[in-house]
Design a protein around this ligand. Sequence first.
Ligand SMILES: [Zn+2]
Length: 254
Amino acid sequence: MKITYSVPAVLLMLCTAALGAPSAEKIQAQYRSAAPTSWGERVAGVITRAPVGEKVVFFTFDACGGAGGSGADSRLIALLRREKVPATLFINSRWIDAHPALFAGLAKDPLFSIQNHGTSHRPLSVTGRRVYGIRGTDSPRGVYDEIMGCDAKIFSLTGKHPRFFRSGTAFYDDVAVKIASALGYKIAGFDVLGDGGATFSAARIAAAAVRIRPGSIVIYHMNQPKKATFAGLARVIPQMKKQGWRFARMEEYF
Ligand SMILES: [Zn+2]
């Protein structure tokens, strides 16, 4: 697979050192012989929900980038701002390249938390495992590059390292999850599929929101302005507010 964005090797090394994380070479050496035993969206170590009893919910929005994934849903972003809904944004390197000014504005806005959605938007695997026709990373070094390429890009633009990672497709093997952890990252899964990868109608988005429980992490998309995510959330947010729900960024609880 063509890597559409690369960061200078020296910046990768600096960011790795700043995180107190092992180098790419150490990661490769340590996990080279490790064989994955699980694969999916909910392997051990993936966070799916906060263990709380209060009516707090974590809305997350992916910005995937690449062909067909580089749109920006400005109506959705305006809705979150207007309704003062804090959100955790998972942003891929390629999306940042497509929207530098918009990214800078989001990163400056305290309503939003900028997190890592990968360098080239691949499932996180040490064996090249595929899902939805997308080939995963295929080595410990590949996992390192997928995480740290986007980390370094975000750090170079914001001065901050993300703490949460969500892969393109949200699939992982257990060795990849361990590598992410060694790099200081928590893996952000979800327990409610909010917009079905931006395929749901507004009515179905509203129906999906009924499944939200205290501490739920809900996955939506902010890169498909022609789909119904905005229209669905324009219904869901006022309704949830009326029911006494509070919206929070993941970093406030995890
Ligand atoms: Zn994505």
